[in-house]
Ligand binder design. Structure first.
Ligand code: SF4
Length: 274
């Protein structure tokens, strides 16, 4: 396997899946006037997320991750990217490497994501040796803009214990941990392959797991994946952990979005390589 597996395959969006994340109050403040009609309009690209004034930040992040893999309305992402790029143009590049765990490469900021080099220009443009997947690019630019700095402490926490994650953990489990567990159950070599593809690190028996590995989707946001194999009378299980400092760099909603994007990418890798 190699980095070319990062190429995305967009599938049609499903209005009912989108509807599940909307407020479902039918308040009538968007042009279609009902949440179900709004879901259909989003899928067709006729409305934008900002057209619903009642979407929580968490829902916006979740839907942005969803549309990344389901024919996203391009203008929505482009608006967000333009906004973030304009923000990058205003930051102090000389102070950024220390804050972000990055380095200066000529006039650009060099940031390692999943073991690959991404060069960010002063205009917010990104150059990389691999496909610049929007599911990674938007969190990357948000990291560059909003990270408060600081290094990981090695204190691993489950998602539910991150700052402001209360009440969101069930959805994280549904969107990230369960799909990844199903994937590893059927593609037993996947975790080992992920270490090779994304320059991950194998950890030894963390939390008494059978396999555990650390990936670095962003330099100061390591992600620990622990997998417990099936035993007689016991189902397999998989949990994802974050350093206690993760929310110093990205909001919990975007950490969720980043992980959902990673899992979607791992699914494509597993599908492509059997
Ligand atoms: S504005 Fe939002 S909450 Fe109100 S009907 Fe439209 S989608 Fe539903």
């Amino acid at each position: 396997m190699d980095s070319r597996t990062l190429v995305t395959m967009a599938a049609p969006g499903n209005p009912l899946e989108v509807y599940a994340t909307l407020p479902k109050t039918n308040c009538g403040q968007c042009a279609p006037r009902t949440c179900l009609a709004f879901a259909g309009a989003l899928v067709r690209g006729e409305n934008r997320l900002v057209d619903c004034p009642h979407l929580a930040e968490e829902s916006v992040a979740r839907l942005a991750a969803y549309f990344e893999n389901h024919n996203p309305p391009q203008h929505e992402q482009e608006t967000e990217l333009r906004r973030l790029r304009a923000g990058v143009a205003a930051i102090d590049f000389s102070a950024a490497p220390e804050r972000l765990g990055a380095n200066l490469v000529g006039d650009a900021l060099g940031v390692k994501c999943l073991g690959r080099d991404f060069l960010i220009g002063r205009d917010g443009s990104i150059v990389s040796e691999c496909h610049t997947h929007a599911g990674l690019v938007i969190p990357l630019l948000r990291y560059v803009l909003f990270s408060r700095g600081g290094r990981p402490t090695g204190n691993w926490l489950p998602f539910r214990e991150l700052e402001r994650a209360a009440g969101r953990d069930l959805h994280f489990e549904q969107m990230c941990e369960k799909p990844l567990k199903r994937l590893v159950d059927t593609h037993t070599e996947l975790l080992k392959d992920l270490i090779d593809i994304f320059s991950g690190e194998r950890s030894v028996n963390l939390f008494a797991s059978d396999v555990s590995l650390v990936l670095y989707p962003l330099p100061r946001i390591p992600v620990l994946i622990c997998y417990w194999e099936r035993e007689e009378g016991m189902e397999s299980s998989l949990h994802i952990f974050f350093d206690a400092t993760a929310t110093d760099h990205l909001s919990v909603a975007w950490i969720h979005g980043l992980c959902a994007g990673l899992v979607a990418m791992f699914e494509k890798i597993a599908l492509k390589h059997g």
